[in-house]
Structures are given as C-alpha cells and as structure tokens.
Ligand binder design. Structure first.
Ligand code: AMP
Length: 305
C-alpha cells in the first residue's frame, strides 16, 4: 500500500500523538530519499512496530558549499513505491521552509570529538548538520525506535552518543550494510558514478577485505602480533592498485570511541573505515572485524551410539 504522505510538522505530531495514546509503537527511518534496498532494509527492520514512519529530507545544514546539495538525486514517486513495499505507513516529506522557517538556524547540536574525526575532518560542518536535523526530527516524531544503517558508521556512533548525552526518548537500532552483488555498499550517490568509476568502486570493499583478512589471521595470544600501522599500510597498498580511486582516509578504529586502538587485543572487535573519491564522487564504507578471527563455535554434539 502507498504510504500516507505528510508535509507539515503539526499534522504529523497530531497523528503520532494519537497513535501512541492508543498504545501503538512507532518505528522511524530518517532518510534523504532516492531510496534503495539499504533504506528498504531499515524499513523492514522497523516493521515490528505498529506504525512505521520514514522521512525524506535533503538537509541543507549537512552540505558544505560546493557539495552536492542541488544535484542530490530525488524521485518522490519511486520513493513512495519502495516505502509502501517495505511497510511504511507514513512518509514525512517536509520542505526546507517547514523545517527551517526562520532561515539559517541559530541553534545547533554538536557532538564533540566523535564528529571531528575521519569524515568530520574532511567535512568539518557535516556532523553538526546531521545531529541538528536528527534531534529536530526526533523532537517532531516523539518517542520511537529509530533505525540507522551501519553504512554510515560514524553517523550512527554520533547519534547514539547524542541520544545518550541528551536523554532523548528514542531507542537507536543499527542495521547491517546492504551491498550490490559485487560488494559495493548501496548508496544514493552511486548513481553519480560513470560506468568506469562504478566498476572501480568495488576497490573499497576489496581494501576492507585486505584489512579484515590480515586482522583475522593475526595469531591469538602467543603468535605474531599485528599492528594498526601494518594493517593500514597493507590497506593503503590495496587501494593503490586502482588508479581511478583517490583515497581520502582509511583507519582501524575502536567502534565506540572511533579512536585508534593502542593495541590489537586478540578477541577484541575493531572497525575498519574507508573513504575515497571515484572521480567527483566521494564514497564511504566500513566493516567490523574480530582480531584473530571470530570465536570458534562449539562442535555440534555427537549423536549417541
Ligand atoms: P541517506 O538517505 O543516505 O541519508 O541514508 C538514510 C539511512 O539509510 C541512514 O541511516 C543510512 O546509514 C542508511 N543506509 C544508506 N545506505 C545503506 C546501505 N547500503 N545499507 C544499510 N543502510 C543504509
């Protein structure tokens, strides 16, 4: 069924307050639209709630001058169809004037430290724009469970911290990355890629694979230790074989603090992050790795003779 499209904050609040008063739970999926199956997976994850609300808002605050705000792809008819197919009941599609009626905001939410690293170093105003719009959307939607993709791993860490620091009554759920068959993480921005750059873009996943294999092969306890530096050097060499890719950063980080781990303890979980330009398009990807490989599972019990 096609979702009910709502464009004003007032109407959305009235409906959601009424539904919650009737005992219903709300699942919320914030997006910038041009939906693909990565977004669809978040909507399906939210389907355990009585009502699923998705938002489509290309938020000017999180784009710097010279970035792709004006050219960001849009397709409301396609988005309505995908959202309906994935169980969304309400699609909130506010205009910029509805969200920011006084023009530029004077109030901004900034999550220090986490926002300054990695993507934040390359895009210094980006995460304040994200944290501000997400806190605004949470205030509009009200108590709910909100679903975010691990595709934007740093964003997810920032939102979790913002919700904890400000006691926002929202449960945040992270959902796995959905990939194309060749391993490229789905992204609305993949549509910008030329045929050549699209083929080359698989190097991001391959570079993560290189780091993952090295970390998983690290011998536990007494064996040769692997260092962060060695993994990052191997990953830098891996992306270097693709002349069409220009590396922005890659890193082995602690998944909570996003800082460089002092030591790679066997059995600990680390996150590999990467960002690279393919032509004019900047892509990001990441993966979670257990140092020394995943814990061996117990062998299945043997049948009694
Ligand atoms: P966006 O429309 O790009 O702002 O993304 C909206 C939400 O969808 C964010 O929580 C993203 O992390 C998530 N998302 C985008 N791409 C993917 C993907 N390939 N797999 C899983 N989640 C995704």
């Amino acid at each position: 069924m096609k979702p009910h499209v709502i464009t004003t904050i007032g109407e959305l609040r009235t409906i959601l307050d009424g539904r919650r008063a009737g005992g219903e739970t709300v699942g919320f999926v914030p997006t910038m639209g041009y939906l693909h199956d990565g977004h669809g997976s978040l909507m399906r994850a939210a389907s355990g709630n009585d009502l699923v609300v998705a938002s489509i808002f290309v938020n000017p605050l999180q784009f710097a001058a010279g970035e792709d705000l004006d050219s960001y792809p849009r397709d409301l008819a396609g988005d309505q169809a995908l959202a309906g197919d994935n169980g969304v009941g309400i699609l909130f599609v506010p205009t910029v004037a509805e969200m920011y009626p006084f023009g530029p905001v004077l109030t901004s939410v900034a999550v220090a430290d986490l926002s300054e690293r990695w993507d934040g170093a390359s895009r210094p105003t980006h995460f304040a724009g994200v944290a501000t719009v997400v806190s605004k959307l949470f205030n509009i939607i009200g108590p709910c469970t909100a679903y975010f993709g691990e595709k934007d791993f740093q964003q997810l860490a920032i939102i979790r911290r913002m919700v904890a620091d400000l006691s926002i009554p929202v449960d945040v759920v992270g959902c796995p990355i959905i990939r194309e068959p060749d391993g490229l993480a789905m992204s609305s921005r993949n549509t910008y890629l030329s045929e050549q750059h699209r083929a080359a873009a698989v190097i991001l996943r391959r570079t993560l694979d290189t780091g993952q294999a090295m970390l998983e092969a690290a011998e536990s306890h007494n064996g040769p230790a692997v260092t962060v530096e060695a993994v990052e050097t191997a990953m830098t060499a891996a992306i270097g074989v693709e002349p069409l890719a220009r590396l922005d950063y890659l890193a082995v980080v602690d998944p909570l603090t996003l800082s460089t781990p002092d030591k790679l303890e066997p059995g600990s979980t680390v996150q590999l992050l990467i960002a690279a330009h393919l032509g004019d398009t900047r892509l990001i990807d990441n993966c979670s790795v257990v140092v020394g490989g995943p814990a061996a599972t117990d062998p299945p019990p043997r049948a009694k003779p």
